[in-house]
Write a protein that binds this ligand. Sequence first.
Ligand SMILES: *Cc1c(COP(=O)(O)O)cnc(C)c1O
Length: 427
Amino acid sequence: MEEIKNNALYIGGVRAQDLADQYGTPLYVYDQGVLENKLEQFIRSFRSDRFKTTIVYASKAFLCTAMARLADRYGIDLDVVSGEELYVARQAGFPMERIVFHGNNKTLDELKAALEYGVGTIIVDNAQEARRLASLPVSKPTTVLLRVNPGVEAHTHEYIVTAHVDSKFGVLKDETDAIAAIIDCVEANPNLRFQGFHAHIGSQIFDRNAFKAEIETMGRFLAGMKQKTGRVFPILDLGGGFAATYTSEDAPIPVKEVGPFILEQCAAIDDEYDLGLERILIEPGRSIVAEAGYTLYRAGYTKTTPHKRYVFVDGGMSDNIRPALYQAKYRAEAAEKMNEEKTETYCIAGKCCESGDIVIENAALPPIETDDILVVYTTGAYGYSMASNYNLLRIPAVVFVKDGRSSLVVRRQTLEDLVARDAGDAL
Ligand SMILES: *Cc1c(COP(=O)(O)O)cnc(C)c1O
């Protein structure tokens, strides 16, 4: 957790200014204690006497080998969406049978790699993928789920909603003939075990009724599929989307309540429709890593325009695209002026060549001087993982902190990295 001593911010017992000085800025800092706490909270909250339960960390929120190993340490499985994420998981030594492989357009090479490595669960997205997967040699029993679009919209920012009827993800729940055909197709391969369905209704979901609606919809869907096929589907994967607290306006459902709530709803549909559910999966991403993450920037110049007061930082949309992409809101402080009165309102802007390169539109801060360290909170999800080399800014380093110590888990890109892939000359 963070504390303030003598006006200075400490994260995981390490002074933020010292981290900035030692590792440079911009810098992604993760409080490992908070990460561990979140992993443990999910494990503790998502337990049931009735169902087997599995927590699958949606690695797209933040993945590096250190994070994969940390999830493994807590017995949390890993969801990957690409051969690249799969590669990092494998490099981390993550047990392949505990990988869940997602994605709406897994290539032939990706499917082959998954089968060769022994990925435990493959989530099929569509009929063509099912056909392709089933045509491949599978050497050991592999669980297959089908992603279904339940048509439930979680009311977050519309760009993040994935479950509308025209979503690119999954097969619409009403297309039961097509779904039955996909199941037959998968099971034509003797080592592919079709076990159930997956749904994911969005991100940064605050309203538990969204999950209730998802589960009730899946209950009716499963009842229909049971009737249609004469069999039960023991695994139900409900996806992720659990919210994190970015600003004081956000009030997510506490993790310790969300697990029991979901399991209760699952028991209710299982009872109502006699579904034979055995295992329930959830796939939290953001809610595990967001609040553990901080970004440290060094302030550069300030500029006053007719209606605004800017402070420029040494990163921006290249290390955090979310404000530009989703109008995401963040909170910031001056790391060495924590107790000073916030007399100013700054627009914290980055150094990229885009007017939309803004980190925080209106940040209340004490007067900022060049070289002050600014800390932006809750940047642990979809910051590093969506970082780019726009304007060829280098992707920042990632540091874990805990108990007064820090560990560099991803080094900053070097200038040499920026030309390392340049392979030849123009014709
Ligand atoms: C993105 C995603 C998640 C994780 O979402 P969060 O909002 O980060 O919890 C889980 N499952 C699937 C299929 C996803 O696409």
